[in-house]
Design a protein. Sequence first.
Length: 209
Amino acid sequence: MFLFSPSSSREKNSSPDDPAAELVARAQRGDIEAFDRLVERFQNRVYNLCLWQLGDADEAADAAQDAFVRAWRALPKFRGDCAFSTWIHRIAVNVARDCQARRRNAPLAFSTLQNEDEPDFAERAPDDPNARPAETAVRLERQTAVRRALAELAPHHRIALVLFDIEGHSYEEVATILKLPMGTVKSRLNRARLALREKLESCRELFED
């Protein structure tokens, strides 16, 4: 059963040479323009990560902004032990968790993900200009089905899948972001994929060629 397309970002994230290192160094010296460029580079992915966790576009936008504010304040302490993308994603996960904690007595709504229309994620796969209308319709149905199924997963399973299968982080980076042992990350991913397959069982025909 088709679940996700392989992410091209995993190889970049796994590289020992952080492509953002020069901008980070400049920002640490107080160069606000350099930090603005870091924000431009990562804001879509940080927003999407918050959206997957919170399920509300407005809350996700606020959380993403808060994550970058926290990153700017903590930047002098950043030692480059991990890539900047890993570091900012860890901050975003923590910000979203804080937001969830503040509303823990309220039901966790994922109406944004569960609407009939495709949710407004900032990064989408580009449309294939050569695709036939029927193929495009099936692709959109698949995306909607997967997003709805993901929204029904336990939060700790969903975030592991989003970080690895959607955001393209390596096992090591996911372990760093979530502050978990590597074995726990792999176990959660396996359980999350099994749970997702069960959620998608009712629409299996969408994923059969």
